[in-house]
Design a protein around this ligand. Structure first.
Ligand SMILES: *[C@@H]1O[C@H](CO)[C@@H](O)[C@H](O)[C@H]1NC(C)=O
Ligand SMILES: *[C@@H]1O[C@H](CO)[C@@H](O)[C@H](O)[C@H]1NC(C)=O
Ligand SMILES: *[C@@H]1O[C@H](CO)[C@@H](O)[C@H](O)[C@H]1NC(C)=O
Length: 484
């Protein structure tokens, strides 16, 4: 009996933690996992909420009937049109929401209008259009009769509120002065429609962007020097950041507005601080924190609503924010888990369930041709590596990354293989004027993986061409947290 009770308590705790947990499903990859494989992966791991960056028919079809709750998204490049034309908003809602909103369809809970549209990197391009686009979408949802269940929100970067320099304690949080007017209006509109505020919080970026940032303060288990704020003690930047937003909302009269953390996570390559061991430590603390069902000091009883960023690595993301940008997945590009992770927040040393039914290309790598002449190497190699790395992902070669420190030959082989795999192992993709040669001997080392790409089926090929068009249109998602 006692045993059974313990088991039941454990099960209840497990279900409770995974309940609130969502994940971002990005698809900027040369060989994205097929949507059906992804949806099965989510189900196998008990992840019940997903956030998308575009609407993709195959993704929606795969989600239909799964019971997984979806946040759909309108990319920034559509904001101008939707802001100017309420008909375009209605049309978007009809094609992307109404079409899938039926019993056995997709459980749509939110529409994300834009993605971090007020980032400094966008030079203000979206400041005028974001609120009108939000209004047009929520009004279209209301007109379609679904506005009571489906809310429009805007995922914003934490840099919409002030940096700690101007804002030394969370309770002093205010929206950034250059956008305080529009932020106030957005908050008012969200409140009127009972919609949540969505914010992306990146302790990794706090560390990456500030060499003096105390490492332990980025994690949840640290012995960092705490921040004291009117009798409240903060021991991690996540809570300090969250409560800075609570203060900024309170300052415009909406301190009780529900908050969704639209993205939070830790990358595993591309920087000396982007390491699996740090990612594991970060998620371990975050997941235990979520399972505790405690809120933050400013919101002790609010259950934290969090979407991890992200599901899988994406080898075609822009590296403008940094080389780590392609390595945010809790899974590798092929749906294999990277490190021990217990989504139930019980801190068990368990592995995520890997993706099922993934097909790989043949076990063939591309490497520097051992017979290449010194002369050719001297003359051509630099340009060939540049070409390969411009068209494929070489970020693991950089300083502090998993494949850093190889000799020049190792670098060349890594670059050639990355290109060959990105090109789905086409014969002509492993030549480089005779400098490269396919090989069946795996050049990987203990630290550095020379990957084999996954096979994309005919269906996936169609999907790829759709997303190639989308990718050309979508401004790469750039994360730049200048605040906490
Ligand atoms: C923003 O401005 C900078 C400098 O003027 C420029 O290099 C960059 O391309 C601009 N970015 C966008 C998205 O317009
Ligand atoms: C290998 O490539 C990396 C990244 O481009 C570079 O920093 C390093 O110096 C290269 N190593 C050699 C021996 O060329
Ligand atoms: C390399 O890939 C294998 C799977 O093929 C994986 O098990 C291993 O963890 C990877 N190693 C690194 C350093 O990423």
């Amino acid at each position: 009996m006692a045993m059974l009770a313990v088991v039941l308590v454990l099960l209840a705790a497990a279900a409770g933690a995974a309940e609130g947990l969502g994940v971002n499903w990005g698809t900027q990859a040369s060989h994205p996992l097929p949507p059906k494989v992804v949806v099965q992966l989510l189900r196998d791991n008990g992840i019940k909420k997903v956030k998308l960056f575009e609407t993709n028919l195959d993704a929606m079809r795969a989600l239909a009937g799964s019971g997984i709750e979806a946040m759909l998204a309108i990319p920034n490049n559509m904001l101008h049109d939707i802001a100017q034309d309420s008909g375009a908003a209605k049309d978007w809602v009809k094609r992307n929401v109404k079409r899938f909103d039926f019993d056995g369809g997709v459980v749509i809970k939110y529409v994300a209008v834009g993605n971090e549209p007020f980032l400094g990197a966008y030079n203000g391009s979206f400041i005028k259009v974001t609120l009108p686009a939000l209004e047009n979408i929520q009004n279209a949802l209301n007109d379609a009769g679904v506005g009571d269940r489906i809310k429009a929100t805007v995922p914003l970067n934490a840099d919409v509120y002030n940096s700690p320099a101007k804002n030394p304690v969370p309770s002093a949080g205010r929206f950034r002065s250059d956008i305080s007017g529009v932020m106030t209006d957005i908050v008012k509109f969200l409140a009127k429609n009972k919609a949540p505020f969505t914010v992306n919080i990146y302790p990794f970026l706090s560390l990456y962007l500030n060499d003096n940032f105390p490492l332990d303060f980025a994690f949840f288990d640290g012995n960092a020097t705490p921040v004291h704020d009117n009798g409240v003690t903060y021991t991690n930047v996540f809570e300090a950041n969250f409560d800075t937003l609570v203060a900024a909302l309170a300052a415009v009269g909406h301190g009780d507005m529900p908050i969704i953390v639209g993205e939070v996570g830790w990358p595993t390559d591309g920087d000396r601080r982007a390491k699996s061991s740090h990612a594991q430590r970060f998620y371990d603390g975050l997941l235990k924190r979520l399972a505790s069902n405690r809120g933050t000091p400013a919101r002790p009883s609010q259950h934290l609503d969090v979407y991890m960023f992200g599901l899988v690595d994406e080898d075609q993301k822009s590296v403008q924010p940094g080389s780590f940008e392609r390595h945010w997945g809790i899974f590798r590009y092929d749906g294999q888990p990277k490190f021990a992770m217990d989504l139930s927040g019980q801190g068990q040393n368990t592995a995520l369930v890997p993706a099922k039914g993934v097909q790989y290309l043949s076990r063939t790598w591309c490497a520097l041709n051992p017979k290449a002449s010194r002369n050719d190497i001297g003359k051509l190699l630099g340009a060939k590596i540049d070409y390969a790395c411009t068209n494929a992902d070489c970020t693991p070669l950089g300083y502090g990354s998993t494949c850093n420190g190889m000799d020049a030959k190792g670098n060349a082989s890594y670059a050639f293989n990355a290109y060959y795999q990105a090109q789905s192992q086409k014969d002509e993709a492993c030549d480089f004027q005779g400098l490269a040669l396919p090989t069946e001997t795996d050049p990987s080392t203990a630290a550095c993986n020379f990957t084999i790409q996954i096979a994309t089926s005919a269906a996936a090929a169609v999907r790829l061409s759709v997303s190639a068009v989308a990718a050309a249109l979508v401004v790469a998602s750039v994360q730049l947290s200048l605040s906490w």
